[in-house]
Design a protein around this ligand. Structure first.
Ligand SMILES: Nc1ncnc2c1ncn2[C@@H]1O[C@H](COP(=O)(O)OP(=O)(O)OP(=O)(O)O)[C@@H](O)[C@H]1O
Ligand SMILES: [Mg+2]
Length: 345
C-alpha cells in the first residue's frame, strides 16, 4: 500500500519547541531530551528513529505527561491545537498543565492515545479484553455499558480480530501475541484520538504480524484521518508508514525531513551510517555488516560540541568537539544539525 499523501492544507496538530527532559538521580542528572523541536500535522505520520537510549520514548512520554519519576520537563513548549465544534482552534500549552489535571486527563482520554511495545504490560490480566475496551470507551463520554459493548465488538472487528462476539469475553492470556497487540490498538483508537502514539508497536511480534499491524495502522489512518507518531528502531517500518522522519541521537533530533528525501539523500553522518547498516544487512553476509563505530556515550557523560563527534566519520577537530551545532534548514521541510552544513550556510 502506498503512503497516503498528506492534504496540502493540513494544519499543525501539535508543535514541540526546544523540549528538554531531565531525570535528577542520586548519581547525577540524566539529560534525556536536549532541545527537541518538531511539529505533527493533521493526518500526518511522523516517524522517530534512533538507537536505544536516544530519547524517543521519553519525548513522547513528555507529550502525554506520563514521564516516569523523577523525570521532568525542564524547558520548552508543547502546544496542542484542538479543533472546536464551531471550527475554531484552541491552543493548549501542555507543559503548563499538571500531570493529573482534569485538562490533561481530558486530552489523554479524547485527543491522544498510546500503543506500547509490550501489550501484556498495558492490558490487565484479571479483566476480560472486552471489559477493558468498554471501560476505556466509557471514560470518553456518555455511552451506556451496552452501547460500549457493541462498539467494542465493532472495534475488535475493525482491527482484524476474528469472531469478536466470542473473543470479547476472553482474558489477555487466552489471546496470542498478535491478537493482544490488536486488542491494544482497538483500545487506543476507541475514542477516535487525533494523535496515536505508537512506541515500537511491532517489536514484540513476529514478521508476519508486523506487516499486518503496519497495514492496520495505515488503513486506520486513512479512515479516521488521525495523525500518528511512530517510534521505532526499524527504518523499514518508517519507510512504509511515515511521511516524515526525525532521526534522534543522544536526546537531539539530528535530521528531520520527508521520508523519501532522507532515505534517498541522508545528510547527517549518523543518518548515513544508519542507512548503510540497513543496506548491508539486506544485501550481504553478517561479516561485512556496516556499523557505526563506537557506542552511544553514557547518559551522565558530558560530551562537548556535537554529541556524535566521537563516532563521526566527518569529524572536524577544533569545531565539532568544541561547539554544539545549530539546526540548519536545507529546504523548507528539511533540517539537519551538523557543522558540515552550518559552515556552508
Ligand atoms: N526513569 C528513568 N530514570 C533515569 N533515566 C531515565 C529514566 N527513563 C529513561 N531514562 C533515560 O533517558 C534516556 C532516554 O531514554 P528513552 O527511553 O527515551 O530511550 P529510547 O530512545 O526510547 O530507547 P529504546 O529504543 O531503548 O526504547 C536514556 O538515557 C535513559 O537512561
Ligand atoms: Mg523507547
Amino acid at each position: 500500500m502506498a503512503t497516503p499523501s498528506l492534504r496540502a492544507d493540513a494544519s499543525t496538530l501539535v508543535e514541540v519547541t526546544d523540549l528538554h527532559v531531565e531525570f535528577p538521580t542520586r548519581e547525577g542528572v540524566v539529560h534525556a531530551v536536549r532541545g527537541v523541536s518538531f511539529a505533527i500535522r493533521e493526518g500526518e505520520t511522523l516517524g522517530i528513529v534512533g538507537e536505544s537510549g536516544s530519547g524517543k520514548s521519553v519525548s513522547s512520554q513528555a507529550m502525554l505527561r506520563i514521564l516516569p519519576r523523577p523525570g521532568r520537563i525542564s524547558r520548552g513548549s508543547i502546544r496542542w491545537h484542538q479543533r472546536l465544534p464551531d471550527g475554531a482552534v484552541r491552543a493548549t500549552e501542555i507543559t503548563e498543565l499538571g500531570d493529573r489535571s482534569s485538562q490533561m486527563n481530558a486530552l489523554r482520554r479524547r485527543e491522544m492515545s498510546l500503543i506500547m511495545q509490550e501489550p501484556m504490560s498495558a492490558l490487565s490480566p484479571v479483566h476480560t479484553i472486552g471489559n477493558q475496551i468498554v471501560e476505556r470507551l466509557r471514560l470518553g463520554g456518555s455511552m451506556t455499558r451496552a452501547e460500549a459493548r457493541l462498539k467494542a465488538i465493532d472495534l475488535m472487528r475493525s482491527v482484524g480480530i476474528p469472531n469478536p462476539e466470542k473473543r470479547i469475553d476472553a482474558y489477555t492470556f487466552e489471546l496470542s501475541g498478535g491478537m493482544r497487540q490488536r486488542a491494544m490498538i482497538a483500545m487506543a483508537i476507541g475514542n477516535a484520538p487525533r494523535l496515536l502514539i505508537a512506541d515500537e508497536p511491532t517489536t514484540a511480534v513476529d514478521v508476519t504480524i508486523q506487516a499486518q499491524v503496519i497495514r492496520l495502522l495505515q488503513s486506520l489512518q486513512d479512515s479516521l484521518r488521525m495523525s500518528i507518531l511512530i517510534i521505532t528502531h526499524d527504518l523499514g517500518v518508517v519507510a512504509t508508514l511515515a511521511h516524515r522522519i526525525a532521526v534522534m541521537y543522544r536526546g537531539e533530533i539530528v535530521e528531520l525531513g520527508p521520508v523519501r528525501d532522507i532515505l534517498k539523500d541522508p545528510r547527517h553522518p549518523y543518518t548515513q551510517g544508519l542507512l548503510r547498516s540497513v543496506a548491508s544487512l539486506e544485501t550481504s553476509d553478517e561479516d561485512s555488516v556496516a556499523t557505526i563505530p563506537g557506542v552511544v556515550p553514557h547518559p551522565f557523560e558530558v560530551v562537548p560540541g556535537c554529541p556524535f563527534h566521537p563516532r563521526c566519520s566527518a569529524f572536524m577537530p577544533g569545531v565539532c568537539d568544541r561547539v554544539a551545532p545549530e539546526r540548519t534548514r536545507l529546504a523548507p521541510d528539511r533540517e539537519v544539525r551538523c557543522h558540515i552544513y552550518q559552515s556552508r550556510a
